[in-house]
Design a protein around this ligand. Structure first.
Ligand SMILES: [Zn+2]
Length: 124
């Protein structure tokens, strides 16, 4: 792949990374112990002694349950973006993990974090 194309895709990936991290930061805290892992912020039940009403607590738990899958999918997307950035550093970017052939530039422009070509993706 041309250097100029890699640079453009790298810029895109870095922008994506920032966007995903900003979203994650709103609902989760970075786990300092595990790289790439985020912990969803658990509601603090108003912080008052004895907490809020039982109903409020139930609402907050429900919110937590609703946010969990969002946090998880953001975390996965962030991992994919980071893996793609690693590959750029290692000069392996743009190669399909399935068939080892170059992924089409068009596909990478649409999803720069793609790990495999469309044919391999469909075959899964
Ligand atoms: Zn492939």
């Amino acid at each position: 792949m041309k250097e100029a194309n890699i640079k453009k895709l790298k810029d895109k990936l870095e922008k994506k990374k920032k966007e995903i991290e900003a979203k994650l930061r709103q609902i989760a805290d970075k786990d300092p112990k595990i790289k790439g892992d985020w912990d969803l912020k658990f509601p603090k039940f108003n912080g008052k002694a004895g907490g809020g009403s039982l109903e409020e607590a139930a609402d907050e738990v429900e919110e937590y349950v609703n946010l969990k899958p969002i946090e998880h999918s953001l975390e996965l997307r962030l991992q994919e973006v980071n893996q793609a950035l690693d590959k750029i550093t290692q000069n392996r970017y743009g190669l399909c993990e399935g068939c080892q052939k170059p992924i089409s530039l068009l596909r990478l422009k649409i999803s720069p974090e793609a790990k495999c070509c469309l044919r391999c993706k469909k075959a899964k």
